[in-house]
Each structure stands twice: as C-alpha cells, then as structure tokens.
Write a protein that binds this ligand. Structure first.
Ligand code: NAD
Ligand code: GLY
Length: 364
C-alpha cells in the first residue's frame, strides 16, 4: 500500500493512482511559475483562478502570469472557515455563468483547504462537473486536503456535511508559499502530518519525534520530507479506497472529536488542525482506556502533539453531552451510533469502532 515518489533535484512527484483519473502531485519550491506543470491538465481555453483576499495579494499575480496563455479570470472570496458555505459556492457558480464558462473550463483553487474544498465542490457541480486543479498554499492543504477528492462545505449543524468525492486533475504544492504562512497555521498543518505517523507509518512517527522542532523552525528539507511522505501515504490509501468504504476512514483519526469542537466553538475559532490535534489525543486516550495501547504510548501521542505546540485538551466549555450530541451527527455515525477510529498500536489505526456512552463519558 505504498505510493512512491520520484525526485528530481528539489522536486518530488507523487502519483495518485486511480486508473484513467490518476493525477500527479508536484511538490517543490517555486512551482507556481512553472506553466509546464499545469498546461497538460488544462484541456479547454477557459480558466478561472479562485482564491481569497489573504492569498490573492501574495500569489495571484504569479499564477495568473503563469497561466497567461489562457487569459484567466479570477474570483477573490472572503477568507475564513465561516465562509465555507453554499452561499460562497453560489458566488462562484454565478460568476462562471456570467462569464459563460462551459463544460470544458478549468477551475484552479489557489489557497488552503477552505478554498480547495469549495472550489472542488463548485467544479464537481458546475454544469455537472468540470475540471479543476489544486494549488494548495498551507501545510495542511499540501499534506492532506488537496489530495484525495473530498470536496464540500459546512452547515451550521456539522462540518463538511454537504459535498462530493471529486478528484482534481493535478495538485501543485509549491513549498515556497509556506514562507508567508503564519506560525499558527503551520502548526495546525503539522497535526495532519503527525496523523500519518500515528495511523500507518511508525518509522515516520519516529522521524517526526526527532524532527518536530526542525519543522517548527521551517527547516526546508524537514518540511519537504514531511510533505512528500504525507502525500505518499495519503495517495496510497486513496488509491486503495477512494470513496471511504473501508481503510480510508483511518485518515479521520481524531476528526469525530475534532469536527464536534469546530462546530461547537464556531467555525474558524479553533483551526481544523488544532481541533484534530485534540481529537487525536482523545482518540488515543480512548484507545488506552480500551486497553488497545499502553499508557506509555498514550503519553507519547500527547507528547508529540504538545511538542508541535498544539492543544491536547478539549475546550473547557464543551460538556460530554455537547460532544456526544454533535458526534452522533458525524458522517461515520449510523442512526446516531457513533463510530470511532482507534489506535491498535502506534503506527496502526482501525476504523468503525462503536463505543458505549459510559466509556465515552469517562473521557471528560
Ligand atoms: P484555510 O484554508 O482556512 O487556510 C488557513 C489560513 O491561511 C487562511 O487565513 C488562509 O487565507 C491563509 N493562507 C493560505 N495560504 C497562505 C500562505 N501561503 N501564506 C499566508 N497565508 C495563507 O485552512 P487550512 O488549514 O488550509 O484548511 C482547513 C480546511 O481544510 C478545513 O475546512 C477542513 O475541513 C478542510 N480539510 C479538508 C480535507 C479534505 O480531504 N478535503 C482534509 C483536511 C482538511
Ligand atoms: N482528510 C480525510 C480524507 O481525505 O479522507
């Protein structure tokens, strides 16, 4: 279940193998100005770059210049998780209609996971599906959200509750864009990186244990290795189980708790990665209480997340009842029965565990 990357100088290429919908993930510095990586994935003449008002002043001009042969139009959305809504996606539809964009058009998502998820959903649904390219500019989106085709928006009652599986034609992860990323966002992305170590890659977890401070210090080679390994792991899991009928669910370690935190605290107040970090500690705690992992292993999970300067405890204002009520609406819940991803050991997760309410309540 390993997807291998190909390396040329400082560039890496990871492939997501999905038959005739396979696509490359290009990883490296200064890729935004390399038209040769994007052009093979654009079939028509209409291109729209969609970004937000934080990323636009940083990278829109460079990318527009790179795609100038297509005379791209652009859409600049308001920045923030609270705008990851159907209303915002409607702004995209309306502009594309105004511009008479046809089925052969290509959307380019320039930004973090919020932009990527919304643009992917717009591409999946505009005229029943048009091409799109992911250009992720946060650590979180480079290691996770731009890969694998989960697209969608939030609803007041739950995160990512409306969406589609819809794969991009290409992912261009320009690691030099991380230079402008605020520290808090870098740390949030690190939560998803640690996740890969915990769920199926013990050697990577061991490497992270030695390298976490280097990543926080933005050491280029440590960051590049972390991004590439995360993409290889995710690509392999997605290739095996694109629509989450089985193994892909392990990618949601900590997310059932995390999504409840994001929803309860108001979208954007806890960053997705922060909520997932706490959620992973809670999932490890649960795994320990169920005697799947030792107390020592649980402490190791907590320690690495703490060293990544991420939160390890749920918000004090959230009661067990609030968690349970929100988690019973989770996408993995069936008729209100909540399913969890647990750790069998460090480097191995298993999905679909139903936990009784008494055990759950003991976490709080
Ligand atoms: P985000 O998209 O909100 O980006 C974080 C912040 O960084 C934003 O303010 C953004 O404007 C800014 N930013 C982006 N790139 C920048 C750069 N290079 N320099 C400076 N600022 C920059 O958040 P995120 O963490 O990237 O993504 C979180 C979202 O991704 C959540 O909505 C989550 O549900 C979703 N997600 C989806 C998947 C999936 O498989 N589709 C997986 C994980 C997370
Ligand atoms: N982020 C979880 C997944 O892509 O399946």
């Amino acid at each position: 279940m390993k997807s291998k990357s190909v390396s040329t100088q400082s560039r890496q290429l990871v492939s997501v193998e999905l038959g005739d919908r396979s696509y490359p993930i290009h990883i490296g510095d200064d890729l935004l100005s390399d038209a040769s990586l994007l052009e093979p994935h654009i079939s028509g003449q209409q291109v729209c770059i969609i970004t937000n008002d934080t990323v636009a002043p940083l990278y829109l001009e460079t990318l527009s210049e790179t795609l100038s042969a297509y005379k791209p139009i652009n859409i600049i959305l308001p920045d923030g998780e609270k705008y990851k809504t159907l209303d915002t996606v409607s702004l995209i539809y309306d502009r594309l209609l105004e511009e008479r964009f046809s089925r052969s058009a290509t959307l380019v998502a320039l930004g973090g996971g919020v932009i990527g998820d919304m643009v992917g959903f717009a591409a999946a649904t505009y005229q029943r599906g048009i091409d799109f390219i992911q250009v992720p500019t946060t650590l979180l989106s480079q290691v996770d959200s731009s890969v694998g085709g989960k697209t969608g928006v939030n609803r007041p009652l739950g995160k990512n509750m409306v969406g589609a599986f819809y794969q991009p034609n290409c992912v261009l992860a320009d690691t030099s864009t991380l230079e402008t990323l605020p520290d808090r966002e870098l740390k949030a992305g690190l939560a998803e990186v640690i996740k890969y170590g915990l769920i199926n890659n013990l050697p990577f977890l061991n490497w992270l244990d030695d390298s976490i401070e280097n990543i926080l210090a933005r050491d280029k080679s440590a960051l590049a290795y972390a991004i590439c390994t995360s993409c290889e792991d995710k690509a392999a899991i997605v290739a095996e189980d694109e629509k989450e009928a089985g193994i892909r669910a392990i990618l949601n370690l900590g997310h059932t708790f995390g999504h409840a935190i994001e929803t309860a605290m108001g979208y954007g107040n806890w960053l997705h990665g922060e909520a997932v970090a706490t959620g992973m500690v809670m999932a490890a705690d649960l795994s320990c209480r169920l005697e799947l992992i030792s107390k020592q292993d649980f402490e190791r999970v907590k320690d690495i997340i703490q060293r990544a300067q991420l939160p390890v405890s749920p918000p004090a204002e959230m009661s067990a009842e609030t968690f349970i009520s929100l988690m019973s609406r989770d996408k993995k819940a069936e008729q209100g029965r909540i399913k969890f991803i647990l750790l069998e050991k460090l480097g191995k997760a298993r999905a679909g565990e139903e936990i009784d309410q008494k055990t759950l309540a003991s976490l709080f």
